[in-house]
Design a protein around this ligand. Structure first.
Ligand code: URA
Length: 260
């Protein structure tokens, strides 16, 4: 088994199969896939979903304004500010803040929920089992952590017992991610799981209702997919996650076409 086949197997994508009821791939795509290369996603523009209703209590955006001290911060000051943050109770229960990792000129931003035990210990997002799967998802997309890819979380401190962050914790921490996004200016954002999707969109919706159609985060296409930890528990959903990732590749390709 070669390395590429091993990656496809990891994502339940080998041999190539499709969600029941999903459109069959064009013959060329199948041939390409069977010839051991990653299928090129369509570069046709996709309709963008209408924004879901905002949830009170979760800030939808931080506009760049003179009253927001973060809006003038560069990477170094932002990192120090996050490291020293005690704005919510999470900091008292974690080992260290987990700022985010990767290429500060990334085209791709992947956003998870919050650090788990491994991330809390290492100070880097997605380094445990879910991170291993995320790295393999990136490989199948022909991407690599740190190379035009940035990975961050909605909250920078580990919630106790790996629970989901609460809305007050999200509201406290989200401005840091928003500033990271302003500094990065990624071409696309991939939200991993419901918490990331809802926090970025400022809504409270199910993942099922949000995935499938790309959204918009302040002019940046936002694709929503399953959290890798969920995929580890529900491997049959990996095929749907792959559809989402192909959608993201298609959006990136169409952005590149527009700029060429
Ligand atoms: N899950 C997340 O959402 N983020 C991490 O960094 C690790 C696990």
């Amino acid at each position: 088994m070669d390395k590429h086949e091993a990656m496809l197997r990891e994502l339940n994508l080998f041999p190539l199969w499709h969600e029941r009821g999903a459109a069959e791939p064009p013959a060329a795509e199948v041939a390409e896939h069977h010839s051991d290369s990653v299928p090129a996603a369509s570069s046709q523009p996709l309709p963008i979903a209408a924004p879901p209703a905002a949830e009170p209590g979760i800030a939808k955006s931080v506009a760049v304004d003179s009253e927001n001290p973060l809006s003038s911060m560069g990477w170094a000051t932002l990192k120090t500010t996050v490291r020293e943050c005690t704005a919510c109770p999470l900091r008292a229960g974690c080992t260290q803040t987990v700022f985010g990792v990767g290429d500060e000129r990334a085209n791709w931003l992947f956003v998870g929920e919050g650090p788990g035990a491994d991330e809390d210990a290492r100070g880097e997002p997605f380094v445990g089992q879910a991170g291993k799967l995320l790295d393999n998802m990136l490989l199948v997309m022909q991407l690599k952590r740190g190379q035009k890819v940035y990975i961050a979380n909605i909250v920078k401190c580990r919630p106790p017992g790996n629970r989901a962050p609460e809305s007050g914790e999200i509201s406290s921490c989200l401005p840091y991610l928003q500033r990271q996004i302003e500094l990065l200016q990624p071409k696309i954002i991939v939200a991993l799981g419901k918490t990331a999707a809802n926090a970025l969109l400022g809504c409270d919706a199910t993942l099922a209702s949000l995935r499938g159609t790309p959204h918009d985060y302040h002019g940046i296409p936002l694709v929503i997919t399953y959290h890798p930890a969920y995929l580890l528990r529900s491997p049959l959903e990996k095929a749907k996650a792959w559809q989402d990732l192909q959608q993201a590749i298609g959006l990136m390709n169409s952005a590149a076409d527009k700029n060429s």
